[in-house]
Design a protein around this ligand. Sequence first.
Ligand code: GLN
Length: 195
Amino acid sequence: MPATIGVLALQGAVARHVHAIERLGLVAVEVRTADQLDRVDALVLPGGESTTMSKLLDANQLFEPVSARLADGMPALGTCAGMILLAGEVLDGRPDQRCFGAIDIAVRRNAFGRQVDSFEADISLSGLDEAPVHAVFIRAPAVERVGEGVHVLAEVGGRPVACRQGDVIVTSFHPELSDDLRVHELFVRQVGAAS
Ligand code: GLN
């Protein structure tokens, strides 16, 4: 049976992730409840607004279940706001904003400056073949501290923008906005290894 990949669907850029997962021949499930979470082998946390997602995770009684699955080793891919949610520490967050601490990094929200809220860059990402990834950054977070067990997969201007610790992969950018499936593929390979 193909792996079932959940996409946290409380807010944000859900549909493009669902599409990318389906293009890879896997089953995508939008996750809004703990029951739906129970059915997935791995979870994508999309871009959007991390403060809003944090609130909705609490309101939908989903924060603790997701946290428990992550502690139990569920593979996770967090893009942009999803990266913020998976981080161990959030800088420039709202005081009531929560994060899962699934990867030992500190991230600063909206770190690339107000004037350049959004930009695109061709970056090389370790673990993929040589062709660069066209990365779209939208009010993106930057990684300001990387813990010992964390591998930096890509950098922009000397700042990490993609990291991995075990089965958790995070990107500051939005891989789902391009037609390039390689970041999702890299993640899905983890799931294969885990199941
Ligand atoms: N700035 C947003 C936040 O703090 C993230 C932006 C995005 O996901 N594109 O959640």
